[in-house]
Design a protein around this ligand. Structure first.
Ligand code: ADP
Ligand code: ASP
Ligand code: MG
Length: 401
């Protein structure tokens, strides 16, 4: 007998018909003699709708109360799925995050899992129940409900697989696997048979929504092989694992991230310590800085540009403005009409000219590059947000046609 963890995202449980579809997949797996733990997300756009409701009442609501609200979405799905499983003649037990043993940090809206005490899940499995767990949520040491950040149900599934030493962890979604680009945006995107943790981690971090990056990080740490597949079509999916046997492609994918803003501090004094002081202001507020570009100084002045998450953009400007201007900078510019486009691939380590090929694709499409950053297995560029989809297509065509 195997222990299988199956996770279903919001679109997979969108309405009654989809919930019944999931119940059939889950009960088929159980009927083959497996123990099954199912993790589900909130139905359809429920989480977005709850966020909108909170905004309507108080945009500055505390993170604790936001978590209390957001966790409700998953409570609905687990109960409905358990009812659907019962309807098919099987026993099911639904569990909220805290009931399933998810202990987290108290960083509301982006809590991290400290550990999963799976005793209660185990107990329910021993009684031949299919266990349905609410993804995305847990409980802090103080006993408050927490959530793990958007897309966090993937991480919930991997955490259970790790804690219970599951034999298989399947992430069911609304596409057939991990593709070389978002298949909803690029018709020629190809489904990957397999991808390494490192490449998947980069893709997820750089905007490929199909897996949450923390879930990949955790899968790598505990060596949990993931299978990403469709809840709607019976087709082989993508395996995410340590080493892939596949012939190395030059790149494994193109990703787009629109949660980016560019900040430029113009005319700062060209003296030692300026970058340190400037970025200290941001780290004091826990604001992460991504791509950084500094101009060569002239006339004793230089410009420093960098990117931050759009959601923290205004706050970052506020943190810098007064300080920088009082320290001699001319002005602080802000632009959130930008997107970061990245290529990812382990093949790049051993091949020259990969970045050049990406830049050529952008040149062919007459798209201007504002900033560039590279690492061993990725190249990212910052461009105008209005050209983002065109850029992804152009780059994808260059590498895969
Ligand atoms: P779920 O609700 O199942 O968690 P998500 O919406 O979070 O699903 O993620 C699936 C979506 O990710 C797909 O519908 C697809 O549009 C998007 N996506 C972005 N990049 C990729 C990629 N490289 N491969 C597959 N899907 C991708
Ligand atoms: N429902 C949560 C969200 O929309 C968690 C998830 O779907 O993974 O972010
Ligand atoms: Mg998701």
């Amino acid at each position: 007998m195997s222990l299988i963890v199956q996770k279903f995202g919001g679109t997979s449980v969108r309405d009654a018909e989809r919930v019944m579809n999931v119940a059939r997949i889950v009960t088929d797996t159980f009927a083959k003699g497996n123990d099954v733990v199912v993790v589900v997300s909130a139905q359809g756009d429920t989480t977005d709708d709850l966020i909108a409701k909170a905004e309507e009442i108080n945009p500055k609501a505390s993170r604790r109360e936001k978590d209390m609200l957001l966790a409700a979405g998953e409570q609905i799905s687990i109960a409905l799925l358990a009812m659907a499983i019962e309807k098919l003649g099987y026993h099911a037990t639904s569990l909220l995050g805290w009931q399933a043993g998810f202990e987290t940090t108290s960083a509301h809206t982006s809590a991290r899992i400290r550990r999963v005490n799976a005793d209660r899940i185990r107990e329910a499995l021993d009684k031949h129940n299919i266990v349905v767990v609410a993804g995305f949520q847990g409980i802090s040491r103080r006993g408050d409900i927490t959530t793990l950040g958007r897309g966090g149900s993937d991480t919930s599934a991997v955490a259970i697989a790790a804690a219970m030493h599951a034999d298989l962890c399947q992430i069911y979604t609304d596409v057939e696997g991990v593709y070389t680009a978002d298949p909803r945006k690029v018709e020629t995107a190809r489904k990957l048979k397999e991808i390494s943790y490192d490449e998947m981690l980069e893709l997820a971090t750089l905007g490929a929504q199909v897996l949450n990056n923390r879930s990949v990080e955790m899968a790598k740490k505990y060596n949990i092989e993931l299978e990403v597949l469709s809840s709607l079509a019976k087709a082989p999916g993508t395996i995410v694992k340590e080493k892939t046997k596949m012939e190395k492609m030059l790149i494994s994918g193109v990703a787009k991230d629109t949660d980016v803003a560019r900040i430029s501090v113009i005319g700062v004094p060209n003296i030692p310590g300026i970058a340190f002081k400037m970025f200290s202001k941001l780290s004091a507020k826990d604001i992460n800085v991504d791509i950084i570009l500094q101009s060569i100084g002239h006339d004793g002045k230089k410009d420093i540009s960098f990117t931050v998450a759009k959601t923290r953009g205004r706050e970052a400007v506020a943190a810098l403005e007064e300080y920088m201007v009082s320290h001699g900078a001319k002005e602080v510019l802000y632009d959130d009409e930008v997107a970061k486009i990245s290529i990812v691939g382990a093949g790049m380590e051993s091949h020259a000219g990969v970045a050049t090929k990406m830049f050529e694709a952008l040149y062919d499409a007459q798209i201007n590059i504002q900033m560039i950053s590279t690492s061993e297995i990725k190249v990212s560029v910052l461009i105008d947000i209005n050209e983002a989809d065109k850029a992804v297509k152009a780059i994808h065509n260059k590498f895969f046609d």
